[in-house]
Design a protein around this ligand. Structure first.
Ligand code: HEC
Length: 318
């Protein structure tokens, strides 16, 4: 009776059980262990081979034992083996969960009324249904105590928790999917790594027209507060990915760079703001004021120096 289930169920079930356990216990970050550590593929192959080997050994042992049986024994063995294939345990379970009477024994439970030939059986409630009902009673008691007596948490709190958890997940997702940004969602990057990546792109693709220090040449000065196409990370991102006005020479860079890279170089361009280039080109465009800037936070510390700066630029301009 050791071989109740056929091998073609036993081997895959054991295989995927071991596979699942391995994935559970091997810490491999976001990726499944089977991809992260190729050695595990070898391990699973080994497991599969061992499982098949065990099956082969078992079946040959069975074969040898079978040969030692007498003719009568062989017949009896084959009879029980074929019966085993009928999933006796499934049948037993079904019987226990339904407790139906076989048609031959229906006489035992037939009720004695008879309406125009329509008669009724007095079947017991199916045990699967009764167990389910008991389960709901247990559930309701636990639920009642948890949420109406102890008051573990309210629906509103549960909602808040879920939203907070989802926000964290979105942040995590954004970290791995940086290329999702576009001109409307891009945020100024301040990480040193992002800025130096942006600087690399700037040095390789942009200096010919904007100069290494952003002072400007064919293209406008990127360090002053005057912008032809609008300042701030979102406008700059849009200019770099879509290009400048027709015929001015600033092409759309979205074919050359991924959105994440455009965000990096945009942030680098913004970080050039306020620096003093060697040969600054005269301002072009208008002073750009961020319409979303938090006013009081910026106004207070900036008042004094800002006036001095604008005084001096006035002098220069005149
Ligand atoms: C072929 C020369 C050229 C190259 C290369 C070039 N630009 Fe430009 N850039 C220009 C010109 C010209 C303008 C002005 C466009 C206009 O007037 O519409 C400009 C405008 C800009 C602006 C907007 C400035 C404003 O005042 O609104 C930004 C930002 C900018 N470029 C960034 C870059 C970046 C980043 C790169 C490299 C990926 C780059 N540019 C490469 C010529 C260039």
């Amino acid at each position: 009776m050791s071989t109740k289930t056929p091998w073609w169920i036993r081997v895959p079930v054991l295989f995927f059980l071991i596979f699942g356990l391995m994935e559970y216990f091997v810490d491999s970050g976001d990726k499944p262990a089977i991809i992260e550590y190729p050695i595990t593929q070898f391990f699973m192959l080994l497991v599969l081979m061992i499982l098949i080997a065990i099956e082969l050994i078992l079946s040959s042992i069975e074969n040898i034992m079978f040969q030692t049986l007498s003719e009568e024994g062989k017949e009896r063995y084959l009879a029980t083996k074929n019966k085993k294939m009928e999933w006796t345990w499934v049948n037993n379970l079904m019987k226990r969960l339904t407790r139906t009477k076989s048609i031959e024994r229906e006489e035992e439970i037939i009720m004695d009324h008879n309406y125009d030939g329509i008669r009724e059986l007095d079947n017991v409630l199916p045990p699967w249904w009764v167990y389910l009902f008991y389960a709901t009673i247990v559930f309701s008691v636990v639920y009642l105590v948890r949420f109406h007596v102890i008051g573990e948490y309210t629906q509103a709190e549960e909602y808040e928790q879920e939203v907070a958890a989802a926000k964290i997940e979105i942040e995590e997702y954004k970290k791995t999917a940086k290329d999702l940004v576009d001109a409307s969602t891009v945020e100024l990057l301040t990480d040193a790594a992002d800025l130096s990546a942006g600087e690399k792109i700037f040095n390789s693709s942009c200096v010919v027209c904007h100069m290494a220090d952003g002072g400007g040449g064919i293209g406008p000065n990127l360090t002053d507060e005057y912008w032809i196409l609008g300042g701030g990370i979102k406008n700059v991102f849009n200019t770099i990915s879509e290009g400048g006005r027709d015929g001015k020479g600033m092409v759309a860079w979205k074919q050359s760079f991924k959105p994440a890279e455009i965000a990096q170089v945009s942030s680098y361009v913004i970080s050039l703001g306020g620096t003093t280039p060697a040969n600054p080109k005269a301002p072009e465009g208008d002073i750009w004021v961020d319409p979303n800037a938090p006013e009081p936070a910026q106004a207070t510390p900036d008042t004094q120096p800002a006036e001095q700066v604008s005084d001096s630029t006035d002098v220069v301009m005149e």
